[in-house]
Design a protein around this ligand. Structure first.
Ligand SMILES: CC(=O)N[C@H]1[C@@H](OP(=O)(O)OP(=O)(O)OC[C@H]2O[C@@H](n3ccc(=O)[nH]c3=O)[C@H](O)[C@@H]2O)O[C@H](CO)[C@H](O)[C@@H]1O
Ligand SMILES: [Mn+2]
Length: 303
């Protein structure tokens, strides 16, 4: 149970005296990729951080990382690989609390979790439209943060379930508001981003604007920041629904709109959201988390 979030000492980055690590360079570093946004948020790539140092700092903060994942309908089949690979790579040594939103709690596989890690099923109704499932995530996120997570956790990540971890994902990903670069668009000109382009939608982004195209599969940060994000996206989704308009990429479009005017404080590189079918590129040194190949027509309840 979290006791006092006003005690800011909780977030101090304390390092024990005598802890040794490589001297940071002021001149060297990654030159093949941008490692900072124009608003000075780090873009996290392999080689920009020292994992042992970050683990030492964050382990002392006694953190609980809540992790929400939706597995509705046939998507329950992705849970086993998701959970088993998370237990090998995701926040190892930290308290992790998975919340699995599903219509079939009995189908959650029995995966052995390390000590300090727990899983809570949250039963939700099934839906016969996949778009409904993905966009209702914002509302459910908002509800569970407010009713539960603020009392239990320090950070939250909301992750897609049709995914697998292949490499380490640790405290380098923690921040106030965390976004991920979509692997399909991180080298694309903004005019080609699949933003919502119809002004009637609340997710509308005009030509000439936009920083990056962020993936909807990873949203993270402090509870209060992700709460505000989810609440705003839910409001915008409701306005769209009342006008019978659905943004090009559902809640991902609304997320992109939100991050354009409310910048993330940390941006995870495409190492943190790859796609299994996509060959590794030279700037991606480690694939940490990746979308598995799925037969859309077969797994989704509707086209
Ligand atoms: C890589 C990436 O950024 N993916 C985004 C993308 O396509 P995706 O193709 O990744 O969407 P998706 O089919 O994986 O749906 C997103 C998530 O909703 C859940 N789900 C969906 C359907 C279903 O029948 N049952 C179920 O549980 C499940 O947790 C899944 O991971 O666009 C979606 C919205 O259109 C979401 O923004 C996804 O996060
Ligand atoms: Mn997905």
């Amino acid at each position: 149970m979290k006791t006092n979030i006003l005690d800011t000492k909780e977030r101090d980055m304390l390092v024990p005296k005598g802890f040794l690590y490589k001297q940071p360079s002021t001149l060297g570093g990654r030159t093949d990729v941008s490692t900072v946004t124009p608003w000075l948020a780090p873009i996290v790539w392999e080689g920009t951080f020292e994992p042992t140092l970050l683990n030492t700092i964050y382990k002392q903060q006694n953190l609980t990382i809540s992790t929400t994942v939706f597995a509705v309908g046939k998507y329950v089949r992705f849970l086993k690989d998701f959970l088993e690979s998370a237990e090998k790579h995701y926040f190892l040594g930290f308290c992790v609390h998975y919340y699995v939103f599903t219509d079939q709690p009995e189908a959650i596989p029995a995966v052995t979790l390390a000590p300090n890690r727990t899983l809570t099923p949250v039963k939700i109704p099934r839906s016969n439209r996949w778009q409904e499932i993905t966009l209702r995530r914002m509302e459910r996120l908002q509800e569970i943060i407010k009713s539960r997570l603020i009392f239990e956790a320090d950070y939250i990540f909301s992750l897609d379930v049709d995914t697998k971890f292949y490499g380490p994902w640790g405290p380098e990903t923690l921040g106030q508001l965390v976004a991920v670069l979509h692997p399909g668009y991180y080298t694309t000109g903004r005019q080609h981003f699949p933003y919502e382009r119809r002004p009637q939608s609340q997710a509308y982004i005009p030509a000439g604007e936009g920083d990056y195209y962020y993936g909807g599969a990873v949203i993270g940060g402090h509870l209060e920041d992700v709460y505000r994000l989810a609440r705003k996206c839910k409001e915008q989704l409701d306005i769209d629904a009342s006008k019978s308009i659905e943004a090009a990429w559902q809640e991902e479009s609304h997320l992109n709109k939100y991050f354009l005017y409310n910048k993330p404080t940390k941006v995870l590189s495409a190492e943190y959201l790859w796609q299994d079918f996509k060959p590794k590129t030279k700037e991606v040194k480690v694939i940490r988390f990746s979308q598995v190949i799925k037969n859309y027509a077969e797994v989704r309840p509707n086209p």
